[in-house]
Write a protein that binds this ligand. Structure first.
Ligand SMILES: [Fe+2]
Ligand SMILES: [Fe+2]
Length: 362
């Protein structure tokens, strides 16, 4: 029998069907995924959630599991047209953002932050509903520089979350700016590391983990809001102390950083993944529901998850047993398991029928 080669693969490059070669543990040494597990989209989402950056898989499984990149968009003609407009503005905003962040990193002491936030607002408010904006965010494909795309997404998600959390207009704009700038430190990390496909050494990962401190160091004397500087420094801290760079806990983490942390993980888990390969947003809601209470401040997480789930009310879903129907009722005790009215006039209560799950949302 031939020995299977084991390689280290970045979690963002994992493809369903690969086989885990070594047990995967969280930073707190909890077993997350045992060796020999076949990778699914929801396992990838779980690992992203826990901030796992790379795992070891069997190399021989790689080639034959390359998934067709062609994505089904599940969009009507009108939605496609709206999306085209959105995408154009999105790309202009990305250019503007990268110009500004770079000038700030090089020589500028300040930038026009109002203008940056206005650009994001245009994107957010041109969308007809909060559901639509979250949907658009999911459909945006990777740009040359992943950091800008991710930053803009987190800014838009922050803006939506601010509305859900009942924040003032001033706070919403601040939080939007926090999203735009939270990963500025990543622009100081070698592109060879950030863009390197597949294998990353432990040292390279340690380099990436320096981005909050590097970003803060560069920004601390610039004329930008203090709250933004704190978010740059603290957005990888977690309420249970499992984050970095300091291992701060619940009340030591600024509210803006705590909210941006949720948006950050949400974007990482959903971008380019939800709606592909059979992963539904309810997988993401389930992971946040089960695991998030420890890592994220419930004062923010609970209302965000409630609102997120509510955006899918009346949406059409497919179930793992092949049935199709509409979400008619959200179960408050378990948001990821709503009640479905099926096309053949039955009610499926996912709270009771635990062997069935939502596989697709339209
Ligand atoms: Fe970050
Ligand atoms: Fe981020």
């Amino acid at each position: 029998m031939d020995e299977k080669k084991i390689i280290l693969v970045s979690v963002s490059d994992l493809v369903p069907g690969m086989i885990v070669a070594r047990d995967v543990y969280t930073r707190n040494n909890q077993m997350l995924v045992p060796a020999d597990t076949k990778i699914t989209e929801s396992i990838i989402a779980r690992m992203t959630f826990f901030g796992i950056m790379s795992i070891r898989v069997f190399a021989s499984e790689l080639e034959k599991n390359i998934v067709d990149e062609e994505e089904e968009m599940y969009m009507t003609q009108q939605e496609k047209e709206d999306f085209a407009v959105f995408k154009e503005n999105y790309e202009l905003t990305i250019d503007h953002l990268s110009e500004n962040l770079n000038s700030l990193l090089k020589t500028a002491d300040e930038i026009n932050t109002d203008e940056l936030v206005e650009n994001v607002d245009k994107l957010v408010f041109q969308s007809k509903s909060r559901y639509e904006i979250m949907n658009m965010v999911h459909h945006i494909r990777a740009f040359d520089d992943e950091t800008y795309r991710h930053s803009l997404n987190v800014a838009m998600i922050n803006s939506v979350f601010a509305g859900w959390l009942g924040m003032t207009e001033y706070e919403r704009k601040q939080l939007t700016l926090c999203g735009l700038m939270h990963d500025v430190g990543k622009l100081l990390i070698s592109k060879d590391i950030l863009r390197k496909p597949g294998r990353l050494t432990e040292e390279e990962y340690e380099q990436i983990k320096k981005h909050p401190l590097l970003g803060y160091e560069k920004m601390k004397d610039k004329n930008i809001p203090e709250s933004v500087k704190r978010v740059i420094l603290l957005h990888h801290e977690r309420a249970d102390g499992s984050g970095y760079p300091f291992g701060f806990r619940l009340n030591e983490i600024d509210p803006y950083a705590a909210i941006t942390a949720i948006s950050d993980v949400y974007d990482a888990m959903t971008s380019n993944r939800v709606y592909r390969h059979g992963m539904s947003p309810f997988d993401v809601i389930e992971i946040f529901e089960k695991e998030g209470r420890k890592q994220f401040n419930p004062m923010f997480l609970v209302p965000i998850l409630n609102n997120l789930t509510n955006t899918y009310l009346q949406h059409y879903v497919e179930l793992s047993n092949g049935m199709k129907g509409k979400i008619v009722l959200i179960n408050k005790n378990e948001l990821s398991r709503p009640m479905i009215a099926t096309d053949d006039n039955q009610f499926v209560d996912l709270l009771k029928q635990r062997d069935i799950k939502i596989t697709q949302v339209r």
